[in-house]
Design a protein around this ligand. Structure first.
Ligand code: CP
Ligand code: NVA
Length: 304
């Protein structure tokens, strides 16, 4: 039975923690330049409708480091762009590839692809979720704090795909998640509802200074996600109070780290002195995408 990762809720708590554990191990092997190539002969497909720097490069490099190959496809250059259906594309690509990662505008496209594919399907970002990002962030958080459980993580700004993935994570690992999000920009009610039913501790605090109080992790993301430019001006005004400044971060836990999935819009959701400052772990965060995704590929290809 093939496994997919369309959202974090597809994995159990034990599977999430095992992925993170393997991420650390693979990072250690890489740092010691010890080759580990269990995926020789396997091919990963990358089907990306939207731009990407980190996700594309880290999946590609990760697959090479594990001994496998990668095929990158721009949907506009496939017959998909001329009307071949998602279902037919999924069936055909399943005959060539061993695993596929998709980055799409609508989450429904990934669900439809997964339904018709006979190989594991990974969500490499959709409008609803970005599971690979938040799973990789757990490696980075563990590098700063010995444990995940009980940490207060505050997500500031827009209730977007990354925020929703944090909500899902809170249903798997007992963190204290606070959403410091402007009224009207919260994650979708069904995402919050399901996570709460599955035991997530999530609170929404609209006042950013109160939201960051005692937080060990202060996290933000762009205010306008890819494909959502129409709302831009109105959103920038509504989210302005949620900008992560030095002053705001000083109200968090004294050992707080600053995280951002990147790309950053410096001067909007945060500023140079925070992103380039002593509490920022954003470059480690970007690196850890590589290690977590290698662990994910090994898991889905049943090598772990
Ligand atoms: N954080 C992230 O997913 O970055 P890219 O859009 O560059 O892949
Ligand atoms: N929320 C952002 C994340 C980019 C990695 C977007 O979807 O554009």
């Amino acid at each position: 039975m093939k496994r997919d990762l369309l959202q974090i809720l597809d994995f159990t708590k034990e599977e999430v923690l095992q992925l993170v554990d393997w991420g650390h191990r693979l990072k250690n092997l890489q740092e010691r330049a010890i080759p580990y190539r269990p995926l020789i002969g396997k091919t990963l497909g990358l089907l990306f409708e939207k731009p990407s720097t980190r996700t594309r490069a880290s999946f590609q490099v990760g697959m090479y480091q594990l001994g496998g190959d990668v095929v990158f496809m721009n949907p506009g250059e496939l017959q998909l762009g001329r009307g071949e259906t998602v279902a037919d594309t999924a069936k055909v690509l399943s005959r060539y590839l061993d695993v596929v990662a998709l980055r799409t505008y609508t989450h429904f496209t990934i669900e439809e692809f997964a339904q018709h594919a006979s190989i594991p399907v990974i969500n490499a970002l959709s409008d609803k979720f970005h599971p690979c990002q938040v799973l990789a962030d757990l490696i980075t958080i563990q590098e700063s704090f010995s444990q995940l459980e009980g940490l207060k993580i505050v997500f500031l700004g827009d209730g977007n795909n990354v925020a929703s993935s944090w909500v899902n994570l809170a249903a798997r690992v007992p963190i204290k998640l606070t959403l410091g999000i402007a009224p009207g920009y919260e994650p979708p009610p069904e995402v919050l509802q399901r996570a709460k039913e599955e035991g997530a501790q999530v609170e929404i605090i609209h006042d950013p200074s109160k939201a960051v109080k005692d937080a060990q992790v202060v996290y933000t993301d762009v205010w306008v996600s890819m494909g959502q430019d129409r709302e831009r001006q109105e959103k920038l005004r509504a989210l302005a109070p949620y900008q992560v400044t030095k002053d705001l971060i000083s109200k968090a836990h004294p050992k707080a780290i600053f995280m951002h999935c990147l790309p950053a819009h410096r001067g909007e959701e945060t500023v140079d002195e925070v992103i380039d400052g002593p509490q920022s772990v954003v470059w480690d965060q970007a690196e850890n995408r590589l290690h977590l995704q290698k662990a994910l590929l090994l898991t889905l290809l049943e090598q772990i």
